[in-house]
Design a protein around this ligand. Sequence first.
Ligand SMILES: Nc1ncnc2c1ncn2[C@@H]1O[C@H](COP(=O)(O)OP(=O)(O)O)[C@@H](O)[C@H]1O
Ligand SMILES: [Mg+2]
Length: 266
Amino acid sequence: MNAKVHNDSHLSDIGRIDIEGLSIEFKSPDGGIVHALAKTDLVIEAGSFVSLIGPSGCGKSTLLNAVAGFVQAATGSIKLDGIEVNGINPDVGVVFQQYALFPWFSALGNVEFALKRFSLSKAERRDRAMAALKEVELEGRENMFPGQLSGGMRQRVALARTFVSEPKVYLMDEPFGALDAQTRIVMHDILLRVWEAHKATVLFVTHDVDEALILSDKAHIMSSGPGRIIETIEIDTERPRRVDAIDQDFITNRNRIIGLLRKPSE
Ligand SMILES: Nc1ncnc2c1ncn2[C@@H]1O[C@H](COP(=O)(O)OP(=O)(O)O)[C@@H](O)[C@H]1O
Ligand SMILES: [Mg+2]
């Protein structure tokens, strides 16, 4: 077997996340408390691609939403490049499973909208949005409306809208969960290309073990009751990785993760 090569050339200086003693609670409808996330410590290296995998309800979205500043911590802290996350942060871009595009704006209009808060001229804004759409292979479709685009194309617009403002971190919550297998493969290639070109840190939530193994440097496996990380798998397989050309390491990691996911939570 070949020696493992850990290709970390994509790591960068910005976009490091330090999570310390973070726990999150919600009130349940019956007045009780849901421990959505038990005390969690996690370091996400700048420029790395990290996945969260686990069963429904184990706190994946909660953890991601906390990094986005959408939910409050019960205890602990989250820092982005040493600065505490306190409310919604423009250095962080979010892509959800649902197409959160404005239906009344074209693809171009949606991406341009993300640049509104910058003091750019109209022409500059248009140029940057067009360049972003080109990166996600939507050149020529910029004037189409979300309702006229396929699911994969809409998620490409959502991705372009996220990276066009150059956030340090992309938070992606099952972004390809509603897409068919072939479209997902295309999305993976596009996402990896964008990630490498823009040197962002990616925190990616998925149910799909193969998706995590194809994309990430590390996969954190989560369990529920209370939500927590039960194991971290380092994925050293060289890129580009392909589902139709998997090696022994891939199979070992896949078996390990599936075994962990099968364990009933106590
Ligand atoms: N806003 C909320 N209010 C009450 N409970 C919530 C809220 N958001 C999430 N939860 C609960 O927290 C737990 C974790 O949810 P979530 O992070 O959405 O899980 P996942 O994304 O892994 O499916 C679940 O038990 C869920 O019902
Ligand atoms: Mg979720």
